[in-house]
Design a protein around this ligand. Sequence first.
Ligand code: ATP
Ligand code: MG
Length: 258
Amino acid sequence: MRTIAVINQKGGACKTTSAVNIAALLGELGERVLVLDLDEQTKATAWFGVGDRNDKGLLQVFTDGRPLLDLVHETTWSGVDFVPGSRWLMRLAKELDDEPAREFILRDALAALPQDRWSFVLLDCPPSVGIATISALTAGDEFLITLETGYLQLDGVGDLMQTISKVRDRLNPELSLAGVLVCRATKAGRADTIVTRDTLKSVRKHFGDRVFSTPIYEATRMKECPGHHLPINQYAPKSVATSNYRTVARELLARGAA
Ligand SMILES: Nc1ncnc2c1ncn2[C@@H]1O[C@H](COP(=O)(O)OP(=O)(O)OP(=O)(O)O)[C@@H](O)[C@H]1O
Ligand SMILES: [Mg+2]
């Protein structure tokens, strides 16, 4: 079971879109994948259309030792199961305020799952480096950074890497980078726009071959599919974003972690 935290502390960096669709494309390739919605905004939960965001659910995993397995929903997406988020997660920091070793609770909850049922666990993190994200980085074997194309997008990633470094030193020395994914790339005619080219160039300069070979291109269909509770490969099999996420899923399988 490879556990991957999908992170970027910036809002709207395509974490949820990537966690959901990488899961679906891994499922299409025959993998068994569990997705957890760790964000109190519960956008992944709305996308899957399962569970009730008003249930305490995941909060109770952190605060009351509720088994994670209780919360697993099977979905109609090939190979993909899902743990819904809860708006109660907004209370997480407060509830765990005086809890010793609180960063390890999620790791232990994941370790108590049947280990042969899923080959991947994807953790959709909120846009902050609060306790939910730190818990995901402590529980993860790997982390995957998503970012949008744009000139200021890499600044935040520098801060993120400092957090990763502290997590490795203090909580999870084995944590490795699964990859960096540039999203919402744009073309003008057949060529990438200047901003897309520049973003890819500077991300590759920093992260070298850990950057996925393809970015995810902007696709109108991507904005539509959450409303239909479908991943992009089911909603728009011929969309460029479907083939981009398929490439990413294949590379994740081929690479393992660094
Ligand atoms: N390839 C794409 N083409 C078009 N729109 C996209 C694409 N990828 C993501 N988006 C849109 O970008 C927006 C942000 O994406 P998403 O919600 O995945 O980001 P996020 O990092 O999870 O945000 P948050 O920090 O709020 O959780 C959404 O409106 C989503 O539909
Ligand atoms: Mg999100």
